[in-house]
Design a protein around this ligand. Sequence first.
Ligand code: AMP
Length: 145
Amino acid sequence: MHVSDILASKGAAVLTIAADATVAEAARLLASKRIGAVLIGAGAGAGGLAGILSERDIVRGLAERGEHVLQEPVSTLMTRNVVVCAPEHSLDQIMGMMTERRIRHLPVVDGAKLVGVISIGDAVKHRIAEIEREAQDLRAYITAA
Ligand code: AMP
């Protein structure tokens, strides 16, 4: 199972927001789309990404700087050094990247093009499906023997 297989089943939709949008706008977007992170629009960097903002950044910003942070631009809270993966990466590889770096979202970059985002939820869902298929194959093998 590879990142390209996961994207084929979930689609290539990527939500981005401009760097000068406010944190409040980003929070509303995360809530309405029921997602945990948004990418910050084209700029310099991997796949034209300027940064990533997750719900965790918003919680930390509120705790450390108070509610006025909601009116500040997302660029004040986003992580600029975005870790990305490629369609060729295996499911095990991206789960390793997420675990090691303690991140739950990985934009997928093909060459210079942003082609999707994989969340830890997508990774776990496909890993469970993979384990179920392996168990089924083993059961079929045992009953056929
Ligand atoms: P998350 O676990 O994805 O909610 O994010 C936890 C922290 O890691 C936040 O500060 C995010 O901005 C940051 N983060 C999430 N995904 C990435 C990524 N792909 N590259 C760099 N930082 C990230």
